[in-house]
Design a protein around this ligand. Structure first.
Ligand SMILES: Nc1nc2c(c(=O)[nH]1)N=C([C@H](O)[C@H](O)COP(=O)(O)OP(=O)(O)OP(=O)(O)O)CN2
Ligand SMILES: [Zn+2]
Length: 136
């Protein structure tokens, strides 16, 4: 009997979508206003969902306090009030699109979970634009 436990989180970050190896014109063509050299920001919302068996002793799949602490250390402390392009090592050579950000977040959280637990991360870049990744 596998049950999913979810936790919401939030971070605020700036980014610019562009490729260093493309001209400014080509970046503008592909990424439009998201290629603003002075960056722009989003209030990112995140849902991390952990699926596993209920421990018969505790009744937990995972203690939500543990999940909360993992998200704080791996996501909020690393990304909140940061410029993703400039401040976050994972995006030095990786365009910080929502797709790439959700994969980075998934990998960071997954590495801290027990092997018997599955993870899905949904990341909202705006209230209407969101992406999900579950490792497949
Ligand atoms: N597939 C993707 N497309 C876009 C991404 C992305 O990460 N993946 N990102 C962006 C920009 O980051 C852009 O800043 C998105 O925000 P915004 O322009 O505000 O989005 P909308 O125009 O859709 O705003 P609404 O208010 O939701 O209309 C662009 N594309
Ligand atoms: Zn953006």
């Amino acid at each position: 009997m596998r049950v999913t436990v979810s936790r919401r989180a939030h971070f605020n970050a700036a980014h610019r979508l562009y490729r260093k190896d493309w001209s400014f014109e080509k970046n503008n063509e592909v990424f439009g206003k998201c290629n603003n050299p002075n960056y722009h920001g989003h209030n990112y919302e995140l849902i991390a969902s952990v699926t596993g068996n209920i421990d018969p002793e505790t009744g937990y799949v995972i203690d939500v306090k543990i999940l909360k602490d993992i998200i704080k250390a791996e996501v909020e402390d690393a990304f909140d009030h940061k410029n993703l392009n400039l401040d976050v090592p994972e995006f030095q050579e990786l365009n910080p699109t929502a797709e790439n950000i959700v994969v980075v977040i998934y990998n960071k959280i997954k590495a801290k979970l027990g092997k018997n637990l599955d993870l899905e991360v949904t990341l909202y870049e705006t209230p209407r634009n969101f992406v999900s990744y579950s490792g497949n």
